[in-house]
Design a protein around this ligand. Structure first.
Ligand code: SF4
Length: 218
């Protein structure tokens, strides 16, 4: 994808550039011998997919380390265990860019392409990165269903549609397992983000996630 080349080179947000590079330099002890990616992270998967999964942003020692979205962290571990059970991925975890992972009829990306401190991007950073997200979604011409993992991802998808269809009043808000028909007939689903916090508190568990995936992949 041409847009991926532009994303990888981006240095628009000073705070995020500084943070992603600091994390990549300091590293986590267990990954001390690895070379961190430390750059923006693009989407991954089948660009002809019918289903698009949208997360928030790469994780500090996940995507920002490995260079692939939802790779090498606990969110990935949970998500891919569920996707594998549904037959969507060939592997039950996403460990690194050389692991041979393949997605069936699915593309995964994030609303923000750089890791934000504390997983909390500013409004300006989301605004800066929106053009990339917008261009990426435009490229996925065969997509029919979009899963937004969490409120920030959901709101980025709503913004995408508001920009494309300014005359339509879209007032949908994020709710797990709720879905809405968008003006182009695609379906937007809300789903709790598979973050360790949501998994540890039981907000989302494997049973709930599989039930949700059954709904989308039916
Ligand atoms: S978050 Fe997006 S706009 Fe900001 S530096 Fe990263 S890629 Fe560029």
């Amino acid at each position: 994808m041409k847009i991926h080349e532009d994303i990888i080179k981006c240095r628009i947000c000073p705070r995020l550039v500084q943070f992603r590079e600091k994390v990549a330099k300091e590293k986590r002890k267990q990954y001390i011998d690895e070379k961190y990616w430390g750059k923006p992270v693009t989407g991954f998967g089948d660009i002809k997919a019918n289903i698009v999964i949208v997360g928030l942003a790469p994780a500090a020692h996940g995507g920002n380390r490995t260079g692939r979205v939802f790779t090498g962290d606990r969110s990935a571990e949970f998500l891919y265990r569920c996707l594998h059970k549904k037959g969507v991925s060939n592997l039950s975890n996403s460990l690194n860019v050389n692991d041979g992972l393949q997605l069936k009829n699915t593309y995964i990306t994030t609303a923000l392409k750089c890791v934000p401190p504390g997983d909390k991007p500013t409004t300006k950073e989301l605004f800066n990165c929106f053009n990339y997200f917008d261009a990426e979604l435009d490229t996925l011409k065969d997509s029919k269903k979009i899963i937004a993992l969490g409120k920030i991802a959901f709101d980025a998808c709503i913004k995408y549609y508001k920009n494309k269809f300014p005359d339509i009043d879209l007032k949908h808000s994020f709710k797990h397992s709720e879905y809405f028909k968008m003006p182009d007939n695609k379906i937007l689903y809300g789903c709790y983000h598979p973050s360790p916090r949501n998994v540890n508190t039981g907000r989302i568990d494997e049973k709930k996630m599989i039930k949700f995936l059954d709904l989308v992949y039916s």
